[in-house]
Ligand binder design. Structure first.
Ligand SMILES: [Zn+2]
Length: 74
């Protein structure tokens, strides 16, 4: 038992910056997106979302996580 082992974990400074969810308005907040539709695929789920700025976006959601597969602005 050593006292240093019980010290709180230092904050991670090497964490990569949060990716932008919308390249049009630059938001990184999921709360800015409204789900338009959801489709099941063989790999998981594809979800279409609309950003509060009006941009459309498709995300493929699988067990590995979610990935932006398409985005566009009308
Ligand atoms: Zn946006």
């Amino acid at each position: 038992m050593t006292s240093w082992a019980a010290a709180p974990t230092p904050a991670q400074t090497s964490k990569p910056p949060k990716p932008l969810l919308c390249t049009y308005c630059g938001t990184d907040d999921d709360n800015n997106f409204a789900v338009i539709s959801r489709h099941r695929t063989s790999n998981g789920t594809t979800v279409w979302l609309r950003c509060s700025c009006g941009a459309l976006q498709a995300r493929a959601i699988s067990r590995a996580g979610s990935q932006i597969v398409a985005s566009g602005h009308r």
